[in-house]
Design a binder for this molecule. Structure first.
Ligand code: TYC
Length: 109
């Protein structure tokens, strides 16, 4: 009847509502976008992918590409779910268009 026990936000007569002062925020989960090594995709193509879809300069792109070439997998960037999904699709579509077997995946951090 009175008060806000029902959680409606509507106080009864003669009651007070304590409002939240600090806004309640939720940090979005983050996802790593990874590229995988293979024996066929040209090194130059991978460097181009890193420049085009991950805004890497040539030096950073080359370093990541060589890391993947030598270690099998490497990180292109860390993004929220939707952005990571979009990056993976863009890379996979681009690789397919050029008939390269390059694989790109995402994993929760
Ligand atoms: N291993 C490939 C080659 O020797 C180059 C390469 C690097 C392919 C990174 C994929 O994600 C990759 N041509």
């Amino acid at each position: 009847m009175q008060g806000d026990e029902g959680g409606t936000g509507t106080p009864g007569r003669g009651t007070a509502v304590i409002t939240r002062t600090k806004p309640k925020t939720k940090k979005p989960s983050l996802y790593r976008v990874l590229i995988l090594n293979d024996d066929y995709t040209p090194m130059e193509f991978v460097v181009h992918v890193l420049e085009r879809f991950f805004q890497k300069d040539r030096e950073a792109a080359t370093r990541i590409m060589l890391h993947v070439h030598n270690h099998g997998v490497g990180e292109c960037g860390v993004f929220t779910f939707e952005v990571a999904e979009t990056k993976v699709s863009q890379v996979m579509d681009f690789a397919r268009q050029h008939q390269h077997p390059l694989q790109c995946v995402m994993e929760k951090k």
